[in-house]
Design a binder for this molecule. Structure first.
Ligand code: BGC
Length: 545
């Protein structure tokens, strides 16, 4: 069994040359997505043309519909790069992921929002309900007292305005065909209104855009964050692109904004499998998934699928074991019975005779494994996890190289990151005071708000004034390329970041020197905070102080 496992381990190797070739292909597909709609990688405009600078303030609600969990939070942006957050989280019932109608799912969201308000903002809810019951209110009249909600939606949608976006397609474990093409904010607002809640859906963001914004709000130093990436149930990234490169989008704004955050939808990179590795196990996982033929990159990286790949490989090797007896009813025969947390636990197992892995095998699969059996399975785990992290490295490398931020320029020329290249947690960040430059270049933000005002003039009432106080503009800290990440894999899988870093060093355009300049920081709760930040932007646009 161990010999067979080692043969399979070889099939999961993804060497230097593979990584280099894949990175070139990734950049090619990024470019195609910039030029035309319908390319493999969506490169979807978010219409967010600036990243926050940490001075944003206010109380906002955020709802984050992920691939596994629903999170509801209220975020108090304190305006000094810090925030306080109250949040609740629940698992999304699996029948709702495949609900008959979109309204089944969104009604569930609205009910959870009501429960959250009851638990955490009951005074506001109660006083609004009294008004509603006495017939003294209608939504428009009291909308100033309403809480603004930023909606993080972790699926591909086409953004039409800060508070409008139509669903393009479902991924991960979701499939509710009725929702495709519908306005996601509208679907949620309808259900919120049905419950008469004092909430307005003010903004819509993909989770990666939220992560980028949140990281940028709280990132240490004065670095302008380049990329927000998710390595969780699904995977994807959003980055800051120069508008001149986004040739498929024509904006009437004069002067046009210089940059925009794009949602790459990199999960669908190389769906044609020109450069991606493809073992027989990958093929089975794909053909048995609810979305066969798409999200091929995601299916080799993200949490939803790694457990499935492992399950297929275990099914392959166990017949060769002389000791394992698999009960007929073992979950090993059920799709998705191995959670990614199993991979994280097994990969990090340093217990004598792999006691921890064996205990997990018994608990999750009802399999009694010997030390030898567990060793074979752990080797498979490590090879599947390692391949995933190397592919994650390809995506990060592609974006960093494409951005040109590692190239020598007066701005980018002093590589000086020292040991800052390791993951920084939110807790650390929260206690990190940022030095704000004394000279405050203010016109960048003003330009941004002017542009937002023009772009969304059809969706909002005109805003009379621009931001009153000059805000410090974040300038790039010398030589650092800042990246915000979130998701169960990057957080819990041992050495995921370390393997990404080895991969970055394997790519000539980055190498040892470039890799040192890349700072990766966990943007924990990023998508919630990011949604609050976009809701804040929408408020500024409508003139709300
Ligand atoms: C979705 C993306 C999302 C990513 C991470 C993918 O399946 O298509 O929109 O950002 O998962 O949650």
């Amino acid at each position: 069994m161990i010999e067979r496992a080692r043969e399979l381990v070889k099939d999961f190797e993804y060497g230097k040359e593979d990584v280099r070739k894949a990175t070139r292909h990734f950049i090619k597909q990024m470019n195609e997505g910039l030029q035309r709609d319908g390319a493999t990688m969506g490169q979807i405009p978010s219409y967010v043309t600036s990243v926050p600078n940490g001075t944003e303030k206010g109380l906002y609600l955020a709802v984050d519909l992920g691939g596994t969990n629903l999170r509801i939070c209220s975020v108090h942006l304190l305006g000094n790069t810090k925030f306080s957050i109250i949040q609740s989280k629940c698992a999304i019932p699996s029948d709702l992921m495949l609900a008959k109608t979109a309204s089944d799912l969104f009604a569930f969201l609205a009910k959870e929002i009501r429960a959250f308000l009851k638990a955490n903002h009951n005074d506001q809810l109660k006083s609004h309900m009294i008004k509603v019951e006495s017939g003294h209110t209608n939504q428009k009249a009291c909308s100033d007292d309403f809480l603004r909600l930023g909606f993080t939606f972790s699926f591909a949608f086409e953004q039409h305005a800060l508070n409008k976006g139509s669903l393009l397609y479902w991924t991960k474990g979701f499939n509710i065909p009725d929702a495709i093409g519908q306005d996601i904010c509208g679907l949620l607002q309808t259900e919120i209104d049905n419950l008469h809640l004092p909430v307005i859906v003010a903004a819509l963001v993909n989770d990666t855009v939220g992560t980028l914004l949140a990281r940028s709000y709280e990132a240490p130093g004065t670095t302008m964050t380049l990329l927000g990436a998710i390595f969780g149930t699904g995977t994807n990234g959003a980055y800051v692109e120069k508008m001149q490169n986004l040739t498929k989008l024509e904006l009437s704004d004069q002067p046009p904004p210089e940059e925009m955050i794009l949602n790459t939808e990199w999960g669908s990179f190389d769906n044609a499998l020109d450069v991606l590795p493809n073992t027989p196990f990958d093929s089975i996982v794909d053909s048995e998934s609810i979305h066969p033929g798409i999200q091929m990159f995601e299916k080799r990286i993200s949490g939803l699928y790694l457990g499935e790949i492992l399950r297929q490989t275990i099914l392959d090797i166990v017949p060769l074991s002389t000791t394992i007896v698999i009960p007929k009813e073992s979950p090993l025969y059920q799709q998705f019975s191995i959670d990614t947390s199993f991979l994280s636990i097994a990969a990090g197992d340093t217990s004598p005779a792999l006691y921890v892995t064996r205990k997990e095998l018994l608990q999750t699969l009802d399999i009694e494994a010997s030390h030898e059996d567990a060793r074979a399975i752990r080797e498979l785990v490590l090879s599947i996890g390692r391949r995933a992290a190397r592919l994650a490295g390809v995506a990060i490398a592609g974006i960093v190289i494409k951005s040109g931020r590692l190239l020598p320029s007066p701005q980018n020329s002093i590589p000086n990151v020292g040991d800052k290249s390791s993951v920084v947690s939110t807790q650390q960040l929260l206690s990190n005071d940022r030095k704000i430059p004394e000279k405050l270049p203010k016109n960048f933000l003003e330009r941004f708000y002017q542009w937002i005002q023009r772009t969304f003039s059809s969706c909002f009432e005109p805003k009379p004034t621009l931001m009153q106080t000059p805000s410090p503009l974040k300038v790039e800290a010398a030589g650092i390329v800042d990246i915000g990440v979130d998701g169960s894999l990057i957080e819990h899988y041992p050495d995921f970041e370390k393997i990404i870093r080895t991969t970055l060093r394997d790519i000539e355009e980055i190498g040892l020197e470039g890799e040192k300049r890349i700072r990766i920081g966990i943007a924990k709760d990023g998508s919630g905070v990011g949604a609050a930040l976009v809701a804040r932007m929408a408020d500024l646009r409508t003139g709300k102080p």
